[in-house]
Write a protein that binds this ligand. Structure first.
Ligand code: C5P
Length: 227
């Protein structure tokens, strides 16, 4: 079953609290990213937890192994469900993150959706986004990462290369006909369910909707009907 994670891309605790209260009982997982965490830190995490939700802390760790190990340990102390880290930080960094025990789930970012193959060519001639994503994801899984964050469009190719049991987390979910905002590559909630994506991350279609709870319910029922 595909779980819905709502991205709390807001900048105030008041807005966060309003969304959490509106979505209470409908959504269980929430993503806290760089913006909200830089502004309000642990408070933003505790607020989700106080209202019964689980936190995906999307801070995309990328540093020397020991620093990332400590950061994962701190995330564990906050009781978050999962954290993200850049697979490009390398095998030793990933292993150091996975050494924390117990620890949150580790979800690896392969290639940022904002980068194109042309951007990668500036660093690696012949590189393509999909090739890089595949290599990084393989390295992640070989070093105890629990899931791969990628565009839903890439899931069929990556699943074939990495194995049927691979757990995928995908942003860029849009119902057909909905505004795309800056999402260039997107799939529908029904596609997410059919592709076996474990966690679908949705932000603006819910947070900017006139009725966020109704928007979340519509997405959830589209996923359930397709599964
Ligand atoms: O577009 P939406 O508001 O649904 O974004 C949900 C999440 O998708 C964001 O919090 C961000 O992490 C990610 N995102 C992305 N690429 C973009 C825009 C957002 O991966 N171009």
């Amino acid at each position: 079953m595909t779980e819905l994670i709502v991205a709390l891309d807001v900048d105030s605790i008041a807005e966060e609290e309003h969304l959490l209260k509106t979505l209470h009982g409908t959504v269980s997982f929430f993503k806290i990213g760089l913006r909200l965490f830089t502004a309000h830190g642990k408070r933003s995490v505790e607020l989700v937890q106080r209202l019964g939700g689980k936190v995906f802390l999307d801070l995309k760790f990328h540093d020397i192994p020991q620093t990332v190990n400590h950061a994962v340990h701190e995330a564990q102390k906050m009781g978050v469900f999962s954290v993200s880290l850049h697979l490009s930080g390398g095998a030793a960094m990933l292993r150091a993150a996975a050494e924390v025990h117990p620890r949150p789930k580790l979800w690896g970012v392969s290639v940022l959706t904002s980068l194109t193959s042309a951007d990668l060519h500036a660093l690696h001639p012949n590189a393509s986004v999909l090739l890089m994503a595949r290599r990084l994801a393989r390295m992640g899984l070989d070093n105890k990462v629990d899931g791969i964050i990628c565009s839903g469009e890439d899931v069929p190719v990556l699943r074939k290369a990495l194995g049927a049991e691979t757990l995928f987390i995908a942003p860029g979910i849009r119902q057909s006909g909905e505004p795309l905002h800056d999402q260039k590559r997107h799939i529908t909630p029904a596609d997410a369910a059919r592709l076996g994506i474990r966690y679908a991350v949705v932000g603006r279609p819910i947070t900017k909707a006139p009725d966020p709870q109704a928007a979340a319910r519509t997405i959830l029922s589209e996923m359930r009907n397709a599964a």
